[in-house]
Design a protein around this ligand. Sequence first.
Ligand SMILES: [Ca+2]
Length: 544
Amino acid sequence: MNYKLATMDSLFTYFVYLPQNSVLMKIHHLKYLGLLPALVSCGQGGGKATHPQSLNLPKLPDAGKPRNVVFILSDDHRYDFMGFTGRVPFLETPNMDRLAREGAYLRNAFVTTSLSSPSRASILTGMFSHQHTVVDNSAPVPEGLTFFPQYLQKAGYQTAFFGKWHMGHDTDEPRPGFNHWESFRGQGVYYNPTLNINGEQVAYKDSTYITDLLTEHAIDWMKQQKDGQPFFVYLSHKAVHDDFSPAKRHAGCYANETVPLPESFHTPHYGIKGLPTIDPKTGKAASGADYYGDGMRPDWVKAQRESWHGVDYAYHGREPWESNVIRYCETLRGLDESIGAVLEYLEEAGLAESTLVIYMGDNGFAWGEHGLIDKRQFYEESVRVPMLARCPELCTGGTVIEQMVQNIDIAPTIFEMAGLQKPEHMSGASFIPLMEGKQTPWRNRIFYEYYWEYDFPQTPTMHGVRTDQYKLIRYHGIWDTNEFFDLKNDPYENNNLIAVPEHQETIRQLTAELYDWLETTEGMSIPLKRTVRTHGDHRNQGKY
Ligand SMILES: [Ca+2]
C-alpha cells in the first residue's frame, strides 16, 4: 500500500492515498474547507487497498474489555417505516421502537451506494464502492478483499454469520472472517430455505420461515459461547426484500390499510413534448422547466415510472404497487420480532447492558416518491437507512444522533468496541463518541456513487454530494438534467434548482468537492464487470 501522512496547519492529520507518486500531498488544494473536518475525523483516505499488510490491528490507547456485538442487517428496509417515526400510522415495530427508546436513533444514516451488494461490501470492508469494486448485485467479490470480522477473529473474537451474504450468485460457501457460517445463494427464499451451514447443505421444510430460522440459529449460537471470549454476530436478514412474504402469523394483518401517497408521487408524465420544440411565443427551443416540466424532473425518472422500478408498471404488473407496500409492512413485523428475540436473549443471559446491538438496513427504498419504487438513486428515500444502536453501558436511552452516519462507519464502530484501531485504508469513523454524547469532529457532507447495471438499465450512473442543506446529483453518460436541491426548504426534493442563477456558486463548489473526493480515493474510473447474458429489461426481455 502506498499511504502517506499529510498535515494541515499542524492541527490535524490524516492519511491520503497517493496513487501516482509518493510525495506528500498538499491539502490546500482541497478548497472545500467544510470537508476538512470530515477528512480529519473520518480518515477520508482510501484507494483500492485490497491487501492489508496485517490482520493485527493496534489497540486503542483507552481500550477496555472487548464487548460483544450483535449486528442485525435487513434488506431494503427504508429509513422511516418504523412505528415510532409515525410515517406509516398503522405500522407496529415495538422492538425497533424499544431500540430507539433504550438506545440511540441515528436519524441521518446513509449508504454510500444504494444497492444490496455494494452496500454490504462497504459494510464489510469499510470502503467505498469504487474501492472494493463490488458495483452490482451479480459479480463475485474480487479476490483480496478483507472483511472486518477477519480482524476481530485475529483479536480473539468468536464470530458468526447468519443469513444473506449476496455478493455474487454462484456460491454460498463460507467466507473468510467467520468461525460459524450459515448462508444461502443470492436472494434466497422466504419459506423452506436450504442453508449452507459450515459447508453442509441443510434443507428446511414445513413452512419454515427464514427470518425466524436465522434468528433462532443466531440465538442458539450465542448460547454456546463461553464466558471470557467476546463474540460478534452478523445476523443478515432476507426480509424485507421483494417478493415480500410475511410470516404466516402476520399475513393479511394490514390488508385493509392504506399507505398515504408521497408528496412527489405524480411526476410530470413523459414530459417530452416532441423534438425539436420551438416555443411559438419566444421562437426558441424549449429548455429548463419548459422542457422538463414542473420541478425539472429528469427524463430518466419520468421514463422509469413505467418499468419494474416504477409505480405505473411495478414489478411488471405483478400486482398494484399499493399491495406491495402492504405486504412489505407485514413482512417487517417478523423482522421486528427478530430484534425483540435477540434483545430478550441478551437479557436472559445477563448481557443486555454490555452488548452493543446495531440494527441497520442495507439500502433505502422508495415507495412512490417521484413515481419510483426500489433504490439505486440518490433521492432521500433511496439513500437513507434505518439505524438504531443500543448499549446501555455506553449510551443513554432516547439519544437522537443528528450527524450524518454511513455504512462505512460500521466496521470502525465495531473495532472501537473491540478496543482496536481501524485500519488505515478504511474511510469511515466510529460513531461510538456520538452515542456517548461526546463532542467530536464529524463529517459535514457525504458522497454518493451508483454505477449503471446491465440488469436494471433504467437508472443511470450517478455521483452526488449531500450536506445538511444541499444535495447535488450529477448523472453520467445520459442526455438529461443534473439535479440540485435545497433540502432545508424542500425536504422531499420536489424542486430541482440546478439552473437557478443564485445557486451556481454552491453548485460549482460542491462539484469541485465531489471530484476532489473521487480523485483522493481513486474513484476516477468506473469499474466494469463482465455481463455476458441475456438482457433483462422489459423492453427487450429475452430477445438478446
Ligand atoms: Ca438491499
